[in-house]
Design a protein around this ligand. Structure first.
Ligand SMILES: Nc1ncnc2c1ncn2[C@@H]1O[C@H](COP(=O)(O)OP(=O)(O)O)[C@@H](O)[C@H]1O
Ligand SMILES: [Mg+2]
Length: 305
């Protein structure tokens, strides 16, 4: 559905995309994760032909829309009719209501007048703005603005939804609701590609996550595999107290005594069972155990630093 190959974008003195490769398959919800400044927005803007990369290749719906520094404008226009885009930090018309805003967008997409009212109502309902449909957007919170931006991205019933940081500025309830909308889009057969700098945003909702760091894709995998990988890298700290001294010479982990029969064990993974076995083999018992798992956020930070 979207294939990016060796994409390079250099702003004056910044190599924002440094040979980026990624592939979003039809029907996927793809989380595009990376710290601020990693190149997420640059990737999205390039995909939509809104900025000009210098090198690489972009395919949308099997059509080659960009190659070696040139967009194929005819192909781009054709595929963009099938895409919905929610920009990061878009400006909305503060003096209009959400219904009026969507009416203008619908007009731009040449949605027939007869269909428009129904479509706009459906969308306002979907994003939870029905009750404020006649309030001015200028009074809206960041979360309400994000919802309206999502509704405008959906106006043309797109097959591919591209969302740039759609959950930034939302509270936990808003995030949960946004994820639910994304799940519904997926059920309806849509493909979703969305960026975030927060790991928790892509959890539970994405089947594939790509991590971009300094303009390159660092990894692309299922969220389960990525979590496992993150956990393996970050390491576990386990503090135990035993009923008598333990001989650690056969242990593969890094063990530090913390006082009488108290030890800190640092291992690359969860070794609780092995720890029990080693202690039991010496006829000793673990009396207390404290496990400190790294948080996903900590691990993510470690990966991207
Ligand atoms: N218009 C621009 N002019 C110069 N540098 C830019 C411009 N837009 C982005 N950059 C730089 O390119 C890099 C990637 O930015 P961006 O794609 O916005 O990252 P992200 O969306 O992941 O936060 C950053 O170093 C940013 O400062
Ligand atoms: Mg961005």
């Amino acid at each position: 559905m979207l294939r990016i190959e060796n994409l390079v974008k250099v702003y004056k003195d910044v190599r924002a995309l440094d040979g980026l490769n990624l592939e979003v398959k039809s029907g996927q919800v793809y989380g595009f994760l990376g710290p601020n400044g990693a190149g997420k927005s640059t990737t999205i803007l390039s995909t939509l032909g809104l900025i000009f990369p210098q090198e690489g290749r972009i395919e949308l719906f099997g059509e080659e829309v960009f190659r070696d520094g040139e967009f194929n404008e005819a192909k781009l226009v054709k595929v963009k009719a099938r895409i919905g885009y929610m920009p990061e930090n878009a400006t909305l018309w503060d003096f209009l209501t959400p219904a009026q805003t969507l009416d203008i967008i619908a007009d731009a997409f040449k949605i027939p007048k007869a269909e428009r009212g129904r479509r706009i109502n459906e969308l306002l309902d979907l994003v939870g703005l029905k009750d404020v449909r006649n309030k001015k957007v200028g009074k809206f919170s960041k979360g309400m603005r994000q919802r309206l931006l999502l509704a405008q991205a959906l106006i043309n019933d797109p097959e591919l939804l591209i969302l740039d940081e759609p959950m930034s500025g939302l509270d936990p309830k808003g995030i949960a609701e946004f994820k639910e909308i994304i799940r519904e889009q997926r059920k309806a057969g849509k493909t979703v590609f969305f960026s975030s700098h927060i790991l928790a945003h892509v959890e539970e909702v994405c089947d594939t996550v790509g991590v971009i760091v300094r303009g390159k894709l660092r990894l692309e995998d299922s969220i389960e595999n990525i979590k496992r990988e993150f956990l393996r890298k970050a390491g576990y700290t386990i503090i135990i107290e035993t009923n008598r001294p333990v001989d650690w010479s056969s242990a593969k982990w890094n063990v530090t005594p913390l006082g009488e029969n108290k030890y800190r064990v640092v291992a690359p993974e969860d070794v609780r069972e092995e720890l029990h076995d080693l202690v039991a083999l010496q006829g000793a018992k673990i009396l207390t155990m404290q496990v400190k798992e790294p948080s996903l956020e900590e691990i993510f930070l470690k990966l991207v630093e």
